[in-house]
Design a protein around this ligand. Sequence first.
Ligand code: SF4
Ligand code: SF4
Length: 198
Amino acid sequence: MKNFEAITNQTYTFGNCNICDARCCDGSRGSTFSQLILSDFEVVFKNFPIVFLLGELGYLKPVVLLSNGKGFCRYIKDMKCVIYDERPSVCKLYPLSPHLDNKTYIDTTCPAVNELGNPITKEGVVQKDFFHKSLIGYQDKYIDTHNHFEQFNNKNYLEEVITINENIFYKFKEHFNDDFIKMHLNSLHHIDDYFTTT
Ligand code: SF4
Ligand code: SF4
């Protein structure tokens, strides 16, 4: 399983993915779903299901389902990502991850972290080769996403679509003429490719 730690002023290096069996793409090792922000939708809905979690306090959280929680993402072939340019930002950023607190976190279970190689961070600053625009202003993007879906946060508008590892995921019953909900609904056919629906 993953272990994300906040980066303060540390220097981390990154070795080589050749030493690893793509554990970051494996649902049995923690890559099942990931939170989305609005700007992620347009890329993600083409290849993955976008569904919703009802988080603590009843907030609606859009997430991408990366796997069925038991095996690999279906876009891994011979330990390589076959949608590399169109992979979700969570994959582009890994082993880094932005957070609501506006800090960047790093997964210290990635076997390449702190191996001999290029620096990912120097004294807390993310280096150019590992930088992604999603790392900037994540808190604002998260709040914008939250506010957007809060207007539709009504259990009568939702129904359960799939349960994975005891997490219940929801879909909207209609699109409300909202572009993001339309992309979510359009993405649901990917569930059949991966999963057994409830
Ligand atoms: S990023 Fe880390 S976990 Fe993912 S394939 Fe490379 S070494 Fe493995
Ligand atoms: S999209 Fe690519 S990088 Fe992301 S989990 Fe799937 S195979 Fe791995």
